[in-house]
Ligand binder design. Structure first.
Ligand code: F6P
Length: 532
C-alpha cells in the first residue's frame, strides 16, 4: 500500500489542488460529528488517494486494535500495560475489564471523591488556615501540567472557582514567581505526578512546602496529591483523603480526564468538568462507530500521514483561531511527539518510515504577524491545521469574532490560491515599470498550493473541548498503529534525565568534570566562572 501511495503521489504531485475544488469536493472531503466539521478539501488528496490511505488502516488492522484498546488489552507492549484513559470518561460506567476485574466502579468512585473535594474548595467548606481558598497551585510537569494548564485557559469563560496557577519548570523562577503572588494561608497546593518521583515536580513541591511552613502550622493540610504512588504521597505528608489515585493504565499525557484534571475541576466546577468528559466520550463513540471515510480521528491521522510520510513535509503547524486555545500547540507537542516520536517498531525493528512530524504553532491572528511569512513564501511546505469556533463568548464583541473567523478562512484560502507573477505585477504596475517592476513583483509572488485543514465547532464549551482533545488522542493512536510503533511508552526521555542526575554534582563543583566530553566540561567551567 505504501508503494502504491507513493506512486499515486508522484502522479499528482504537480497538480494544483484548487482546480479540483468545487462544492461537491468540499462536501466529499469533509466529515462531521456533533456539529464539529473537519474540512480537508484544501489538500492534494483525491478519491483514489483517500482509498489508498484507508487501505493503510485495513492493512494495519486499526479497527481490531482500536477495539483491543477500548477493551483493556495490554497494547502498551513494552510496559505490559493496558491503555485506558477512555475509561476515565466512560460516564455510563459500562464495564471495562482489566486482568479480570471491572475498573469502572473505582474510576467512578474517584470521580465522586474529586467532585466532593472540588466542591468543598469552591464553596469554602474546605478552608486553608486563613479561610476560604483563593489560589490553587498545580505543581506538575509534562502530562501532569500541560493538560490541565491548557484546559483551564481554554475554558476561562467557565472559570468561577479560585485562581489557578501552574508550576512546572525546575527553573526556580517559575515556582518563585507563582508563590510570590499567593497567600500561603489561603492557597491549596496540588502535587500532580503519576510517579511522584519526577525531579522537577518533587523539587518544586518541597519548595512550596517550605514556603507554606513559614506561615502555616499544618502544612500538609493544604496539600493534595494526584498520583499512582500512594506510599510516596504519604511519605511526603499528604493525608490519604486528599490523595486522588489512578492506575498505571492511564498514561501521563492522556491523564487530564481523571485526577490530573483536579485543578480544572476546581476552576470550572464538577458539572462543567463532567461535560468535558462527555465530550471526550462522544468522540470515543464516534471513533468506534463511524466508517473510516467519515471518521474524524482516522481522517485527521490519514491526512497527517499523507503529508508527513508520502509528501515528506516534516512539520505541521497547529493554528487555533481561538485565543483560549493558546496552550493547545504545547499540549499537542507532548501528546503527539512523545507518543509517536519513535524510531523502532513494536517488534523492535528499525522503523522504515519516518516517525510522527514536528508539531508546533501559536494562536491566530498573532502568528500571522510572526511566522506566517515563512509558511506562505518559505521554500518548504508546512501543512497547517486551523481551528475556529463559530461563536466566541463575548456576544457584545461578536463583530470582532467575525473578523477573527475571516482571518482564519483567509489564511487557508491564501495558502491554497497563492499569487502568480502576473497578478503580482498587476498589483504594483502603477508604482514600477520595466525591470524594476519584475523585480518588485517577484517578491510579491505566493507559490500557493499549500495544504491545510480546518476544524470548526460551534463554540469552545467544555463539551467541545473534550471532543477536540479526544479527537487528537485518537489521531495519535491511529497514526501509531499505522506506523507500527508503541505510542504509549517514552523511553526517549530517559537518557537526558540520567545524565542530568550525574551532572548535578559536577555543576555544583562536588565532582570534577574530567570524565565529561570536552564541550560539556568547558561549558561547566565557563558557567562556574560566572557563578553557577
Ligand atoms: O519525562 C516524561 C514524563 O514521564 C511524561 O511522560 C510525563 O507526563 C511527565 O514525565 C511527568 O511524569 P509524572 O506525572 O510521573 O511526574
Amino acid at each position: 500500500m505504501w508503494n502504491a501511495l507513493k506512486k499515486h503521489h508522484e502522479s499528482v504531485a504537480d497538480r494544483r489542488f484548487i482546480e479540483m475544488l468545487d462544492g461537491a469536493r468540499a462536501e466529499d472531503f469533509s466529515a462531521t460529528t456533533q456539529d464539529m466539521r473537519l474540512d480537508y478539501a484544501k489538500t492534494n488528496i483525491d478519491a483514489d488517494g483517500r482509498d489508498l490511505l484507508i487501505g493503510l488502516l485495513d492493512d494495519a488492522d486499526v479497527g481490531a486494535k482500536r477495539d483491543a484498546m477500548f477493551s483493556g488489552t495490554a497494547i502498551n507492549e513494552t510496559e505490559g500495560r493496558a491503555v485506558l484513559h477512555t475509561a476515565l470518561r466512560n460516564l455510563d460506567g459500562d464495564p471495562v475489564i482489566v486482568d479480570g476485574e471491572d475498573v469502572m466502579p473505582g474510576v467512578l468512585a474517584t470521580l465522586d471523591a474529586m467532585s466532593a473535594f472540588a466542591s468543598s474548595v469552591r464553596d469554602g467548606s474546605f478552608e486553608g488556615q486563613g479561610g476560604k481558598i483563593t489560589d490553587v497551585v498545580n505543581i506538575g510537569i509534562g502530562g501532569s501540567d500541560l493538560g490541565p494548564a491548557m484546559a483551564v485557559k481554554a475554558l476561562a469563560p467557565y472559570h468561577d472557582g479560585p485562581r489557578c496557577h501552574f508550576v512546572s519548570n525546575v527553573d526556580p523562577a517559575d515556582v518563585a514567581q507563582v508563590l510570590r503572588s499567593c497567600d500561603p494561608a489561603t492557597t491549596l497546593v496540588i502535587v500532580a505526578s503519576k510517579t511522584f518521583t519526577t525531579i522537577e515536580t518533587m523539587t518544586n513541591a518541597r519548595t512550596a512546602k517550605a514556603w507554606m511552613a513559614e506561615s502555616v502550622s499544618d502544612v500538609g493540610a493544604q496539600f493534595a496529591a494526584l498520583s499512582t504512588a500512594e506510599d510516596k504521597t504519604a511519605a511526603f505528608g499528604i493525608a490519604p483523603e486528599r490523595v486522588f489515585g489512578f492506575e498505571d493504565w492511564v498514561g501521563g499525557r492522556y491523564s487530564m480526564w481523571g485526577p490530573i484534571g483536579l485543578s480544572l475541576m476546581i476552576a470550572i466546577g464538577p458539572d462543567a468538568f463532567k461535560a468535558f468528559l462527555r465530550g471526550g466520550q462522544a468522540m470515543d463513540t464516534h471513533f468506534r462507530s463511524a466508517a473510516w471515510s467519515e471518521n474524524l480521528p482516522a481522517l485527521l491521522a490519514l491526512v497527517g500521514i499523507w503529508h508527513n510520510q508520502i509528501c515528506g513535509y516534516a512539520t505541521r503547524a497547529v493554528l487555533p483561531y481561538d485565543n483560549n486555545l493558546a496552550r493547545l500547540p504545547a499540549y499537542l507537542q507532548q501528546l503527539e511527539m512523545e507518543s509517536n516520536g519513535k524510531g523502532v517498531s513494536m517488534d523492535g525493528a528499525d522503523l522504515t518510515l519516518h516517525s510522527g512530524p514536528v508539531v508546533w504553532g501559536e494562536p491566530g491572528t498573532n502568528g500571522q504577524h510572526a511566522f506566517y511569512q515563512l509558511i506562505h513564501q518559505g521554500t518548504r511546505v508546512i501543512p497547517c491545521e486551523f481551528l475556529v469556533a463559530a461563536r466566541g463568548h463575548d456576544d457584545a464583541l461578536h463583530h470582532q469574532h467575525q473578523l477573527l473567523v475571516a482571518n482564519c478562512l483567509a489564511q487557508s484560502e491564501a495558502l491554497m490560491k497563492g499569487r502568480t507573477f502576473a497578478e503580482a505585477k498587476a498589483k504594483v504596475a502603477d508604482k514600477f515599470s520595466g525591470e524594476e517592476l519584475d523585480r518588485q513583483a517577484k517578491h510579491r509572488v505566493f507559490p500557493g498550493n499549500r495544504p491545510s485543514i480546518t476544524l470548526t465547532y460551534p463554540q469552545l464549551t467544555p463539551f467541545v473541548l473534550g471532543q477536540i482533545i479526544a479527537l487528537y488522542e485518537h489521531r495519535v493512536f491511529v497514526e501509531g498503529v499505522v506506523l507500527g510503533i508503541n505510542s504509549y511508552d517514552q523511553w526517549g526521555v530517559e537518557l537526558g534525565k540520567e545524565l542530568a542526575t550525574a551532572l548535578q554534582p559536577v555543576v555544583e563543583g562536588a565532582e570534577a568534570a574530567d570524565q565529561k566530553d570536552g564541550s560539556t566540561a568547558a561549558l561547566v567551567a565557563h558557567l562556574r566562572t560566572h557563578g553557577v
